[in-house]
Design a protein around this ligand. Structure first.
Ligand code: GDP
Ligand code: MG
Ligand code: ZN
Length: 355
C-alpha cells in the first residue's frame, strides 16, 4: 500500500519538507505499538521500528511517538529507527491512570473520534468529560450509542434527546452490531466516514468498539470479549491501539477500554462543549459573577426556568475547575523542570570553568 492509503496528503508533504530532516529519513505512519516496538507503514512497506535514543531523551511522555503519528524513519540493515515525530494535527490526551501527573496520548492525528457508549451505561457527566478532552485536543467528536438492542425504542428516543443536549451540533448515532447485519452497520456509518480521514473508537471496555470495527472492516479482525455477567463490566480484550485501513479508504483506530478518565487538557474545549453555559456567563450583570446569589445572574435565571439543567451546570463547574487545576499544576511542573535544567547547566558550566 502507498502512503496515501494511510492518510498521507500534500499537506503532510509540506509539513515534512518544513522539518528539513536528513535525506536518508523517510516518512511513515505508526499503525500499532507493542511495548517499545512500532509497526510502521512507509511507502510500499510495513516495517518494525523503535525510537532512537535521542528522540526518547528529548521528549516528554506525551511527545513520544504514538499510534497515528507521522514520523521520520531511518532504515538500517534489518532494523529501523524512529528519529522524529511530525507536529500533530490533533491529540487526544488523558492523565495516565494512577494520577502520577503524567499525560497519556490516547490517539494522535485523528480527525474524528467515535465516542462509543452502550445505551445501558449512559452517563451525561462522563460523556461531557470525554467530549471536552476530544474537543480540547482538536478532533471532532461523534457520539455512538452502541448496543441499541438492549433498550426499548421509546427509551432510546429519550436518550437521543438527552444526547443532543450534551453539546451543540453534536452528531449522535444509535446502532446495534448485534441486531443489525454488518452491511447495515456499514451503511449507517457511510456518511460519517471519508476516504483518507482517520477515526478512532474510544470508550469503556465492553462498549462494543472492536465489534463495530469488525463490522466496518467486513471481517473479524479484532477479538471481541463477552461482558462479565456478575457486574456487567467489559474485560480488556483489546490491549493495544491499532490503526486499520477499512474498505472505502478510511482509517480506523481501535483502542483499549478506559475506565477512569482524568482530564489532562487545559481549558480548551469548554467553549465548544459548554457553549450554552459560556453564553449565559457572559450575560450575567457582573463580569465577576459567581452565579450564586448576585442580581442579574443569567445562570441562576436559566437554572430556575430549567433551560439549563442543574446537573450540566454542576458538571461544568467540576470540569472547569479540574482543567484550571491542570493549568496550575502544569506551570508548577514546568517551573520545576526549568529549575532542574538550570541547575544542570550551572553544574556543567562549573565543570568547564574548573578545567
Ligand atoms: N447486545 C449487544 N452486545 C454487543 C453489541 N456489540 C458488541 N456486543 C458484545 O459486547 C461484548 C464486548 O464487545 P467488544 O467489541 O469486545 O467491546 P470493546 O471492549 O469495546 O472492544 C462482546 O461480547 C460483544 O459481542 C451490540 O450491539 N449489542
Ligand atoms: Mg476491543
Ligand atoms: Zn451569574
Amino acid at each position: 500500500m502507498g502512503l496515501s492509503a494511510w492518510g498521507w496528503t500534500t499537506n503532510w508533504q509540506t509539513v515534512w519538507q518544513d522539518q528539513r530532516l536528513a535525506g536518508s529519513a523517510q516518512p511513515g505512519r505508526i499503525l500499532s505499538q507493542r511495548d517499545d516496538i512500532f509497526t510502521i507503514a512507509i511507502e510500499g512497506f510495513i516495517v518494525s521500528a523503535h525510537s532512537s535514543g535521542s528522540l526518547l531523551q528529548r521528549s516528554s511522555a506525551e511527545e513520544r511517538p504514538a499510534v497515528g503519528d507521522w514520523v521520520a524513519v531511518e532504515r538500517m540493515d534489518d532494523d529501523a529507527l524512529v528519529t522524529h515525530v511530525l507536529p500533530r494535527r490533533s491529540r487526544f490526551l488523558r492523565e495516565a491512570a494512577g494520577g502520577r501527573g503524567v499525560a497519556q496520548l490516547v490517539a494522535s492525528n485523528v480527525d474524528v473520534i467515535f465516542l462509543v457508549c452502550p445505551v445501558s451505561s449512559f452517563s451525561a457527566n462522563r460523556l461531557e468529560r470525554l467530549l471536552l478532552a476530544i474537543c480540547a485536543g482538536g478532533a471532532e467528536p461523534v457520539l455512538v450509542l452502541s448496543k441499541g438492542d438492549l433498550m426499548a425504542s421509546e427509551e432510546r428516543q429519550a436518550l437521543l434527546l438527552e444526547s443532543d443536549g450534551l453539546m451543540e451540533g453534536l452528531t449522535v448515532v444509535c446502532t446495534s452490531s448485534a441486531r443489525n447485519s454488518p452491511e447495515r452497520v456499514r451503511a449507517e456509518f457511510q456518511s460519517l466516514l471519508q476516504a483518507g480521514h482517520t477515526y478512532a473508537l474510544v470508550g469503556t471496555s465492553g462498549a462494543g468498539k472492536s465489534t463495530l470495527l469488525n463490522c466496518l472492516i467486513g471481517e473479524e479482525r479484532q477479538n471481541t470479549g463477552a461482558v462479565r455477567e456478575s457486574d456487567g463490566k467489559g474485560r480488556h480484550v483489546t490491549s493495544f491501539r491499532e490503526l486499520f485501513a477499512i474498505p472505502g479508504g478510511s482509517l480506523v483506530m481501535d483502542t483499549p477500554g478506559m475506565r477512569e478518565f482524568a482530564l489532562w487538557s487545559d481549558v480548551g474545549g469548554l467553549e465548544r462543549v459548554f457553549g450554552d453555559v459560556n453564553r449565559l456567563v457572559q450575560e450575567c450583570q457582573f463580569s465577576n459573577c459567581t452565579h450564586q446569589s448576585e442580581p442579574g445572574c443569567a445562570v441562576q435565571a436559566a437554572l430556575k426556568s430549567r433551560t439549563l439543567k442543574l446537573r450540566r451546570y454542576d458538571n461544568w463547574r467540576t470540569l472547569k475547575s479540574e482543567m484550571e487545576g491542570n493549568v496550575d499544576r502544569r506551570s508548577v511542573m514546568e517551573g520545576r523542570r526549568q529549575r532542574v535544567d538550570w541547575k544542570r547547566k550551572q553544574k556543567r558550566d562549573e565543570r568547564f570553568s574548573d578545567r
